[in-house]
Design a protein around this ligand. Structure first.
Ligand SMILES: N=CN[C@@H](CCC(=O)O)C(=O)O
Ligand SMILES: [Zn+2]
Length: 388
């Protein structure tokens, strides 16, 4: 049995309420963690553990649960840097840009998609991410959606069918026919490859009626629900997500008071992706403060994709969530770990607890506050990771 002792941790974020009194993050100062065969075997005081096969001295650094990135589009081909540059010159973001990536992704081989997605996943891991969710949605035909998901399955168990990203060009004359394809042949082909189904509910993408039909079809196929909701303007996405019992409503940039209340009253997590608001130069950011104070469960994710948020950096998202969404640094770290785990309905990640798979990230700083305090500084890396 191989054991590793991580000793002299200056600040350990456990997200386990049995540690740290009433602190949100279950903080332990001067701590140590023992990992045996990839599982957390012991959590206690620095210098207090029995000898292990290997000892890693953290020299007073902060250790936290590896970040959980519950919303990514890591599998795609093509480049949209020109579209980004045009936006920075004043062009608005529109859902239709997705079709540019669809053309490139259809033309790419599975091998090429796996190679580029693996590079992005490695990039995320170098910044402290342990677990990612990955969506399809740049195929929009049966063959390419399956190709994307077969690639995604090689990266993570948390895969999502997003055939309802937008209506592809060849179905523009018959959007209802496309909804039928998504609910029928495409879902049948993709369901065995995924845990989740997602719909982009927005003008230029899918309305409430089509989204309800698609999500119900996914539910009937045994999939959990996620919704791209209220990204570009107020709309029905969040309320639909709450009504149908979705695990997560993602974006949540434009919420009414009724939307906030619906999230607070439901088990649906509000997953904020402020990297998208940053890269689309949104005039507003999600009001994380209001959601948190209302009692909603808040998560953070990168939404890594070539159109609206080409970042794999959870520390960057944490910094944005503090600066622009008005979460405290501690709330943002919780949302990027424990909150994100809830958005995937996982209770085995996003915390440091005996018996859990070990997924630890080290911050080259004495406290978690430095994640928001020192934006864009490469402070984090995964220390131990066993989650797929
Ligand atoms: N909003 C919908 N989907 C992606 C953007 C996709 C794209 O523009 O390529 C998002 O989450 O932001
Ligand atoms: Zn997205």
């Amino acid at each position: 049995m191989a054991s590793v002792l991580y000793d002299n941790i200056g600040e350990l974020v456990t997200n386990d309420p049995t540690h740290g009194g009433a602190s949100l993050l279950g903080l332990r100062r001067d701590a140590a963690v023992v990992v045996e065969d990839g599982v957390v075997a012991w959590v206690g005081a620095a210098g207090g553990a029995s000898p292990a096969d290997e000892r890693v001295d953290l020299l007073g650094r902060c250790v936290l649960p590896a970040f959980v990135d519950g919303h990514t589009h890591l599998v795609f081909d093509g480049d949209r840097a020109q579209e980004f540059a045009a936006r920075m010159a004043g062009e608005p973001y529109a859902a239709g840009g997705i079709r540019t990536t669809v053309a490139a992704t259809r033309a790419a081989s599975a091998e090429a998609l796996l190679a580029s997605a693996t590079t992005r996943l490695d990039e995320a891991r170098r910044q402290g991410t342990g677990l990612v969710e990955v969506k399809s949605g740049y195929g929009l035909d049966v063959e390419t959606e399956v190709k994307m998901l077969q690639v995604a399955r090689q990266l993570t168990d948390e895969t999502t069918f997003l055939g309802a990203h937008v209506v592809p060009a060849e179905w523009q004359h018959d959007p209802d026919g496309y909804v039928g394809l998504v609910c029928g042949e495409m879902l049948d082909a993709c369901a065995p490859l995924v845990r989740w189904i997602d719909v982009f509910v927005e003008d230029g993408a899918f309305g409430a009626e089509a989204a309800r039909a698609i999500l119900r079809a996914g539910q009937a196929a045994g999939l959990g629900l996620r919704v791209h909701a209220n990204q570009l303007r107020p709309g029905p996405g969040v309320r639909l997500a709450c009504e149908l019992g979705a695990a997560s409503a993602d974006h949540c940039t434009h919420l009414t008071d009724a939307d906030v209340q619906a999230l607070a009253d439901s088990g649906t997590v509000a997953t904020l992706v402020p990297g998208a608001d940053f890269s689309t130069r949104s005039p507003v950011y999600p009001d994380g403060r209001k959601l948190w104070d209302a009692g909603a469960t808040v998560a953070l994710a990168t939404d890594c994709n070539p159109g609206t948020s080409y970042t794999t950096s959870m520390p960057f998202v944490i910094a944005l969530a503090v600066r622009e969404c008005h979460l405290t640094p501690s709330e943002a770290v919780w949302a990027a770990t424990a909150g994100a785990a809830r958005s995937l309905r996982r209770d085995d990640v996003g915390r440091v607890a005996v018996g859990d798979a070990a997924a630890l990230t080290v911050v080259d700083a004495p406290t978690h506050l430095h994640l928001a305090y020192r934006p864009a500084v490469p402070l984090t890396r995964v220390l131990a990771a066993t989650t797929p």
